[in-house]
Design a protein around this ligand. Structure first.
Ligand code: TUI
Length: 308
């Protein structure tokens, strides 16, 4: 399936795998890239040596383009931003902030830059700063989210910029892909569906939570900290949500409780203290299969719906 995004990046399918912190590592990223999408390794707040190793592993597993996500709230974002230049990573996506201060260096190094934007205003600023495309991410996404929905945000961003727009948030099958193209997007970013990929290295408990989730099983916590996150509604997430609602947890206490909670979910499957980030579409995901099958089935369905 050709689009401005496949042309821009030299990939086969216009799909990015979300740069999910603690989750998106080289095995998953290489599987997605080998299947014709754009696999992405999460920088998160990882140590520089870990990310360098992951980039090199990914290069050893695929000769296709792949990307790295720079999480801009990370204390070491600056050194990770330089690492992608040093390692000649072809594509960078960014999240959780404005990457303006890194844009010139990335562009000069020939890195394709695709920031996540939760608003039209930031999309316009990113286009002016030289972004190659933007990812318009709706509040249906897992993890750290903005307020607007995919359905409302994507067409408004499409109208406001001339660069290609990638839709993200709530897309897990060919219907979501087709809908995104109808809204004017030229590609999609998919996170939650890839949690249930064979190649995704998360704890089995995490995969089981995603596959068993119903439509009402995600909850947004932490709005009062300024960093709202969508999670699976586990006992821990419910405790956070009620502490936030009834005031029994201060924002500081909330931050203390969630410190390290992504690692506890991803590596330990710890239901008591882990934050199992996931999108609102988790309820639609019923099976675990190879990334290649996920992508091929998604685009076969989308092609049919779009009358191709
Ligand atoms: O970044 C994400 N999702 C994430 S990051 C993450 S790790 C984390 N840990 C602790 C606290 C917060 C996050 C888990 N999930 N998605 C992309 C995304 N970017 N969503 C929203 C935004 C965003 C928000 C504000 C992008 C830009 C922005 O700009 C504000 C400004 O400075 O203009």
């Amino acid at each position: 399936m050709k689009s401005a995004i496949t042309e821009l990046l030299g990939i086969e399918y216009p799909i990015f795998q979300g740069g999910m912190a603690w989750i998106a590592e080289s095995t998953l990223a290489a599987a997605v890239s080998n299947a014709g999408g754009l696999g992405i390794i999460a920088g998160g707040s990882a140590p520089i040596d870990y990310l360098r190793d992951q980039i090199r592993r990914c290069k050893s597993l695929t000769d296709k383009p792949f990307g790295v996500n720079i999480m801009l709230m990370s204390p070491n974002a600056e050194e990770l931003a330089q690492l992608v230049i040093d390692e000649k990573v072809p594509v960078v996506t960014t999240g959780a902030g404005n990457p303006g201060k890194f844009m010139a260096a990335w562009k000069e190094a020939g890195v394709k830059v695709v920031p996540v934007v939760p608003s039209v205003a930031l999309a316009v600023r990113m286009e002016r700063a030289g972004a190659d495309a933007v990812i318009a991410e709706g509040t249906e996404s897992g993890g750290h989210i903005g307020e607007n929905t995919t359905m409302c945000l994507v067409p408004q961003v499409v109208d406001a910029v001339s660069i290609p727009v990638i839709a993200a948030g709530g897309i897990a099958d060919g219907r979501g892909v087709a809908a995104s193209f109808m809204l004017g997007a030229q590609g999609v970013q998919v996170g939650t569906r890839f949690l249930a990929a064979d190649e995704c290295q998360i704890h089995p408990t995490y995969k089981e939570l995603v596959v068993k989730a119903k439509d009402t099983d995600s909850v947004v916590t932490g709005r009062y900290t300024g960093h709202p996150c969508r999670n699976v509604r586990t006992k821990f997430a419910k405790k956070l949500a009620s502490g936030e609602k009834d005031g029994s947890l201060t924002p500081d206490e909330f931050e203390q409780l969630t410190l390290g909670s992504l690692r506890k979910a991803v590596q330990d499957g710890n239901l008591e203290e882990g934050s199992f980030l996931c999108g609102a579409i988790a309820g639609m995901i019923k099976d675990v299969k190879p990334a290649k099958d996920i992508i091929e089935e998604m685009f076969a369905q989308a092609d049919k719906l779009l009358g191709k």
